[in-house]
Design a protein around this ligand. Structure first.
Ligand code: HH2
Length: 291
């Protein structure tokens, strides 16, 4: 199935989704993120890393200042903002749009005022409150599926039908987001790899990712360096690039519009080549269907 085209509305511009895969570079301004925790707590270093990822081909940068990995500690909105705002202030001149990874509407509101155009929302708080913040400011919203909370997601029982659960819950969240006033062209959906899913369930989600197109929204995939890759390869987070490459290619072939990654230049190459494969598939299918 060809990847559907969408336009994503963000303040001041629109992003074309589907012509080529967009690469979202990850920047965690936290002491405890699972892969880059502690590296960019200093705002100068964080800003330098953001500029580096922009030069390396990132189309969007996603800044997080509270880890939501299983077992991570919750931080107050004040603490989150004290990490985030000095970085956003230093990046006002960046040409790629900034996304902020938060589940707190108050943090999202301040972040948008400081220049963020996309809110990347792991659904750990009511969707309606986040929608109101995003819709008021004309920002786009990524709704990411989370099962359980960072405290419980390690101990959940396996699901009988992970695809059914994720698809159904994203459908419900999508409908609630639209009912709360989010414009259709401001929403992205994400199945939330690793968030309350076990290793096998992540593989099922990836293999059947294309089924999420039924939801009628652009899709984001965040598989980068995650533990299901680590478990298969028996590798630490910094050594999971090749495994990540396989998942990025699989997600794009299944129609992901944006891939969220730590290794920007490498995954930008993976994305370009996989886009070529995807485009060739669409062309040859069209030829086959011609009478
Ligand atoms: N994964 C992480 C964080 N935010 N956002 C979206 N939309 N999709 C994801 O899959 C996703 C996400 C976890 O990765 P990371 O930011 O590297 O780690 P941590 O949560 O430990 O900061």
């Amino acid at each position: 199935m060809p990847r559907p085209f969408y336009r994503l509305r963000i303040p001041g511009r629109e992003l074309n989704l589907g012509e080529r895969t967009l690469v979202m570079g990850v920047l965690n301004v936290t002491p405890d993120s699972f892969s880059d925790g502690g590296l960019y707590l200093d705002p100068e270093r964080a800003a330098a890393r953001a500029r580096e990822m922009e030069r390396q081909g990132a189309d969007i940068l996603d800044i997080g200042s509270e880890s939501t990995r299983p077992g991570s500690l919750r931080v107050s909105a004040e603490e989150e903002l004290s990490r985030l705002l000095p970085v956003l202030e230093r990046l006002r001149d960046l040409s790629v749009p900034l996304s902020v990874d938060t589940y707190k509407p108050g943090v999202a509101e301040r972040a948008i005022k400081a220049g963020a155009r996309i809110i990347n929302f792991p659904v750990l708080s009511p969707v309606e409150e986040m929608v109101q913040v995003a819709a008021r400011a004309g920002a786009a919203l990524v709704i990411m599926h989370v099962r359980g909370t960072p405290e419980t997601m390690h101990h959940l029982l396996p699901l009988k039908d992970v695809m059914g659960e994720v698809n159904g819950r994203l459908r419900e969240l999508r409908d609630r987001a639209f009912a709360a006033g989010l414009p259709r062209e401001a929403l992205l959906l994400d199945p939330g790899f690793g968030f309350g899913k076990n290793g096998d369930e992540n593989y099922v989600l990836l293999r059947r990712f294309d089924e999420l197109h039924e939801l009628g929204c652009p899709l984001l995939a965040g598989t980068s360096r995650k533990s299901f890759i680590g478990r298969t390869l028996d590798r630490a987070p910094g050594e999971r690039m090749w495994g990540t490459a396989a998942t990025v290619a699989a997600a794009i072939l299944a129609g992901a519009h944006i891939v969220r990654v730590h290794d920007v230049p490498e995954m930008a190459q993976v994305a370009r080549v996989t886009d070529g494969i995807l485009a060739a598939g669409a062309k040859s299918q069209a030829q086959r269907l011609q009478p």
